[in-house]
Design a protein around this ligand. Sequence first.
Ligand SMILES: O=C(O)CCC(=O)C(=O)O
Ligand SMILES: [Fe+2]
Length: 389
Amino acid sequence: MSLTKSSPNNHNSSNSSVDKPMKMVDKFVSELQQLDVKLWIEGDRLRYKAPKETLTPDLLAQMKDRKEEILSFLIQSNPNNASSHESLIAQPEYTTVEKVAKLSYKEFVNSYLNPLHPVVITDAIQDWKALSTWTPEFFKKNYGSKEVTVDAQRYQLRNFIDLVLASNEDKPCSYLKDTDIPGLFPELLADIEPMLLYSQYNWLLSPMLYIPAADPVKQRNAFLELLIAGQGTKFPILHFDYWHLHAFIMQVYGEKEFTLFSPVQTEYLYPVDVSSNRSLIPDIHQPDLEQFPLFAKATPIKVIVKPGETIFVPSGWWHTTRMLTPSIAVTMNCLTNSNWDKFSQDLTRDLVNSFTSFKNHQGKLTILESNIYSYLDNLGKLLVSLDPN
Ligand SMILES: O=C(O)CCC(=O)C(=O)O
Ligand SMILES: [Fe+2]
């Protein structure tokens, strides 16, 4: 459901809710709650999560039409939210990540993308040739002389793969990541087709979106990257993806364990600073609770992702990983209406920070910031209007 501009009074004739008397909003919200539909606010948006098939087209249309009313009701019923709009109301407590198959795009949007709920999709890449060909030996044989950089060290890929094969929990190898597939291995793109149904309306791919802070070629490929690591290797940092982008991680070979924390857990996770996407905790698997006592209150959600499975890590969700076997995966980022507001705030902040030479001209900076923000705001509205969802 698109949660964009809509007026409660602006019914059109095809909407069946027109013919029915309007229920009071409190009654409507309580009916939704009885159906186990969770409603909460993030930023200034209404979010929801509903058990499968609970939301009939009629209910969805009513929720969309009455969005503003529901938002005001939720804010009034919890005055702490009136000033900031940032707090969460009835944020559902997620404790597991579901594994699903045969998920339609619409179900993905309604149940996971818009509510920002992680999920593992077991059959999203079932037609990829890579599933039957990519192994550590495949990379050693076909790309052995390719130069790669891992933790600031240059390797020939054949030598790095030897380290991957020798890796174990006691002596883990480093993690090959940030490896641009279209730039470094363009012919491998044929092995990872078709691209995900679930990222088909990825705004990162729109020629209208120019991200001044990004490499344009990498952006046009939605930051498609190859990840290779050995048994026992851990992703080096607990983080959420930059600019509040969503992430899809497609596991091609081997198994890895994801540990996720929802955005409401941020207060227990020691971000480097208030707007940082990186945690100060060096290894969440062996946390120093004297140094990071609040971490004891955090609720991790763990899920093991197996070959052929794709995990969707929504915008703002903290995550890190641990390899259970040698592992090869592909990752890409995604931007839609669901994370646009947070994305444009982050990008505005980064662009403003990058104008360090203007530091002494505070007045100009403020103007620049508001110009960039209103440019992105307008672009967002334009993209919403073109998006079929
Ligand atoms: O699959 C993994 O190991 C994590 C990758 C990841 O979080 C990232 O590249 O941002
Ligand atoms: Fe990530």
